[in-house]
Design a protein around this ligand. Structure first.
Ligand code: GDP
Length: 298
C-alpha cells in the first residue's frame, strides 16, 4: 500500500479520527497495536476478534514505520479479509417453493427485511408469498400486510393467537399449489419466553419438513446492528432454536458501530446475505466487505 490509498471517505470513521493525530509516520510497535486494539474493541468488534485483527496486522509489519493512511489501509484489508468469505447473497435454489424462514428478536427488523426482500425478488421476476407467522402480535401481522402491499406480494395470515405451525403448513401447501418461487415465513421473536419460542419454532420446522424434507431451505436470522455485542448472544441462541443458515444485519445506516459484524464473521462464519440501511423498501443492500471495512476503519 502507498500513502495514497487512504479511503476516499469524507467522514472519518472512529479509528481514523483517533489515530489520525499529527505525526506523519508511526512505528507499528506494541504500544500502537494496543491503541488500535482498544479502538477496534470500542467499535464493537469484541476482545477476541480485535486481538486477532491486530495480530494479523502486526504480522510482517511489526516495527515498521507507517503513515496513518498506510496503517488504516492495512487495517481495513485485514478486516476485509475476515469479511470476504461471509459476503454471500441469499442462495436461490431450483426448489419451488424455496422456503425461507425468518427469525430474530422483536424489533430487529424481520418484518421490514421480509418486505424489502420480497420487493427485490419480485423485481428479479420471482413470485413471492409471505406468511405472517407471528400470529400473537396483531401489529406485526398488520405491518407485514402493509409491506406485502408495497412489494406487491400476497401475505397469508391466520387468526390472532392461532398456531403458527398450522399457518406455515397451509402457506407451504398453497405456495406449492400456486407454483410460487419463494415463500418467506415470519416468526415470533419473544425471547423473554424462550421455551415457548423454542417449541413454536421446532413445531414450524417439523411441519415444514414433513411436507418437504429440504424445507426450510434458508433460515435467516435478522440482527439489529445497534444492539452491538448482544448480536453474538442472539446468534448463539437462535442457532440452537432454528439452525440458522445466514444473517441479515439491519440499521447499519444509523450510528451503529458495525464492528460486531466482524466479530460475527470471525466467530460463526455465517453468510451475511444483506444489510439494512434504512426504513424504505429499497434500503437493503448486498454486503460489500471492502466498502464495509473502509467505512468502519475510516
Ligand atoms: P420486527 O419486530 O423484527 O419485525 O422489526 P420491524 O421490521 O418491525 O422493525 C423494527 C423497527 O426498525 C421499525 O421501526 C423499522 O422501520 C426499523 N428498521 C428495520 N430495518 C431498518 C434499517 O435497516 N435501518 C433503519 N434505520 N431502521 C430499520
Amino acid at each position: 500500500a502507498s500513502d495514497n490509498t487512504a479511503p476516499a471517505k469524507p467522514e472519518p470513521g472512529l479509528l481514523g479520527r483517533v489515530i489520525g493525530g499529527s505525526a506523519p509516520r508511526r512505528v507499528l510497535d506494541d504500544d500502537m497495536l494496543e491503541q488500535l486494539e482498544d479502538l477496534l474493541i470500542a467499535a464493537d468488534m469484541g476482545v477476541d476478534t480485535a486481538g486477532r485483527v491486530t495480530a494479523n496486522l502486526a504480522e510482517g509489519r511489526f516495527g515498521r514505520k507507517m503513515s496513518v493512511p498506510e496503517i488504516k489501509s492495512a487495517l481495513a484489508s485485514e478486516v476485509a479479509r475476515i469479511m470476504e468469505p461471509v459476503a454471500k447473497p441469499l442462495p436461490l435454489y431450483a426448489a419451488r417453493p424455496q422456503v425461507v424462514l425468518v427469525v430474530g428478536v422483536n424489533g430487529a427488523g424481520k418484518t421490514t427485511t421480509i418486505g424489502k426482500l420480497a420487493s427485490q425478488f419480485r423485481a428479479a421476476g420471482k413470485s413471492v408469498m409471505i406468511a405472517a407467522g407471528d400470529t400473537f402480535r396483531a401489529a406485526a401481522v398488520e405491518q407485514l400486510q402493509v409491506w406485502g402491499q408495497r412489494a406487491g406480494v400476497p401475505v397469508l395470515t391466520a387468526p390472532e393467537g392461532s398456531d403458527p405451525a398450522s399457518l406455515a403448513h397451509d402457506a407451504l401447501v398453497q405456495a406449492r399449489t400456486e407454483g410460487v418461487d419463494l415463500l418467506m415465513i415470519d416468526t415470533a421473536g419473544r425471547l423473554q419466553n424462550r421455551t415457548d419460542l423454542m417449541e413454536e419454532l421446532a413445531k414450524i420446522l417439523r411441519v415444514l419438513r414433513k411436507l418437504d424434507p429440504d424445507a426450510p431451505h434458508n433460515t435467516l436470522l435478522v440482527l439489529d446492528a445497534t444492539t452491538g455485542q448482544n448480536a453474538l448472544n442472539q446468534v448463539e441462541i437462535f442457532r440452537k432454536l432454528a439452525d440458522v443458515s445466514g444473517l441479515v444485519m439491519t440499521k447499519l445506516d444509523g450510528t451503529a458501530r458495525g464492528g460486531v459484524l466482524v466479530a460475527l464473521a470471525d466467530r460463526f462464519g455465517l453468510p451475511i446475505h444483506a444489510i439494512g440501511v434504512g426504513e424504505q423498501i429499497d434500503d437493503l443492500q448486498a454486503f460489500d466487505p471492502e466498502e464495509f471495512a473502509q467505512a468502519l476503519i475510516g
